[in-house]
Design a binder for this molecule. Structure first.
Ligand SMILES: Nc1ncnc2c1ncn2[C@@H]1O[C@H](COP(=O)(O)OP(=O)(O)O)[C@@H](O)[C@H]1O
Ligand SMILES: [Mg+2]
Length: 241
């Protein structure tokens, strides 16, 4: 579970808040979609949840652990797949996965079966002994998803995860998100692509200009705007801001 309480953030040199007084709870056992147009404050929020960005005002707790005052315990709770997968480029995929498994203490006997299963699902098994610098964008993303899941995080956070994935990769990723939530974990992902929402999200949060516009289920959102497509609802809501 992730609890944000009155969270705000202004970047140095900017006069507008990137995130403005955001209070929001991400529940366990669900896939939560975090929607908003470009520049809405999604990545900034996710980076604050993960302790990558500092928080100006308010607080964030992950499974009850405050990301500012109880950092190590808070960080044990989640895995984060950033929007930019150009990391650990000098390692091979296999070295990176071993590194992640070591850092989070994944038992030795769980590693090989995990790498075998997920490597084949993502069709990158045969590339795992090549350096990540030689991977395509989508392959880098896949190996980062594997690095996140190898330690079975309670909370799984992904920033724009569908971008750059091939159809089979996107399908498998959605299945992995469903499986993860079905095991009682929280899955939180951001996107500006609405088609991703339908059939995947149990819950959604919509933001624009750093303000929360809606929090609830997609059915609640549709019920509040009958006879309107999801795309229209989204455009109208974010245009009002
Ligand atoms: N590192 C940064 N320095 C200064 N401003 C930033 C930085 N990152 C994001 N911003 C600004 O914060 C706002 C929110 O950006 P972001 O959180 O990346 O939005 P989103 O992920 O929803 O597209 C935008 O106005 C953006 O220009
Ligand atoms: Mg972003």
């Amino acid at each position: 579970m992730i609890e944000l309480t009155h969270v705000s953030k202004t970047y140095a040199g900017k006069d507008k808040k990137a995130v403005d007084d955001l209070t929001w709870t991400v529940e366990d056992g669900k896939i939560t979609g975090f929607f908003g147009p470009n520049g809405a404050g999604k990545s900034t929020t996710l980076k604050m949840i993960c302790g990558v960005n500092s928080i100006d005002e308010g607080s964030i707790k992950i499974n009850g652990h405050d990301i500012t005052s109880d950092v190590i315990e808070a960080k044990r709770q989640f895995a984060y797949v950033p929007d930019d997968p150009d990391r650990f480029l000098r390692l091979t995929g296999a070295e990176y996965l071993t590194f992640m498994a070591d850092v989070y203490g994944t038992p030795a006997e769980k590693r090989a079966p995990f790498i075998e299963e997920y490597g084949h699902r993502f069709e990158i098994f045969d590339a795992l002994n090549s350096r990540i610098s030689d991977y395509s964008h989508g392959m880098r993303q896949k190996v980062h998803v594997m690095g996140a899941l190898i330690h079975e995080p309670s909370v799984w956070i992904l920033d724009e995860p569908m971008l750059g994935l091939d159809p089979k990769g996107a399908y498998e990723l959605k299945e992995m998100m469903r499986e993860h939530a079905a095991r009682g974990n929280s899955v939180l992902f951001s996107t500006h692509v609405l088609e991703t929402a339908d059939k995947l999200c149990d819950s959604v949060c919509i933001i624009a200009h750093g303000h929360k516009l809606f929090e609830g289920t997609l059915d609640e959102l549709k019920a509040a705007h009958p006879a309107t497509s999801l795309e229209q609802i989204f455009l109208e809501m974010t245009a009002h801001e």
